[in-house]
Design a protein around this ligand. Structure first.
Ligand code: ZN
Ligand code: ZN
Length: 151
């Protein structure tokens, strides 16, 4: 089962897309919300196995370029398989997935996020009312990252 937040939206061709703000590598496609939910554990498993097969996953300085490429390849295969199943071209399967998003296999796996950034949080009138540590590379909030990684 999964404890990460997943957004399920209705996209083109009557397909449902499951993505997670906390886990950018996650993309699940299905014919219904139920089908997307059912497929989430397998998609998470897939992401984890990509991390485990990563050539430099166990070293201090992982090769994130390569890990991202492996992750994107796995996603590409998923999209191709899904498109074939539906009889549509893979390019017709639209996703909001960013192939350049930081590689993150937390907890336990290599993580590319670099929480050196800072973003001010403003209220409705534009006054600064707080701030948040963010990834300097992709802008992901440290809070949403630890919500996923934390217990
Ligand atoms: Zn991470
Ligand atoms: Zn990042």
């Amino acid at each position: 089962m999964t404890d990460i937040p997943v957004n399920i939206e209705l996209g083109e061709h009557g397909l449902y897309y499951g993505t997670s703000p906390a886990l950018r590598g996650l993309l699940v496609i299905g014919d219904s919300v139920e089908q997307v939910r059912e497929r989430i554990p397998a998609a998470l498993e897939e992401l984890r196995s990509v991390a485990a097969e990563g050539p430099a996953a166990m070293t201090d300085k992982p090769d994130f370029e390569k890990l991202r490429a492996l992750r994107n390849e796995a996603l590409g295969k998923m999209i191709e398989a899904f498109a074939a199943e539906r009889g549509i071209a893979p390019s017709q399967v639209r996703t909001s997935f960013n192939p350049n998003a930081c590689y993150c296999a937390c907890p336990g796996g290599p993580c590319e996020h670099d929480f050196q950034g800072w973003r001010e949080i403003t209220d409705d009138e534009g006054r600064v009312c707080g701030g948040e540590t963010v990834c300097a590379r992709c802008g992901m909030g440290a809070l949403s990252h630890s919500m996923r990684v934390g217990p």
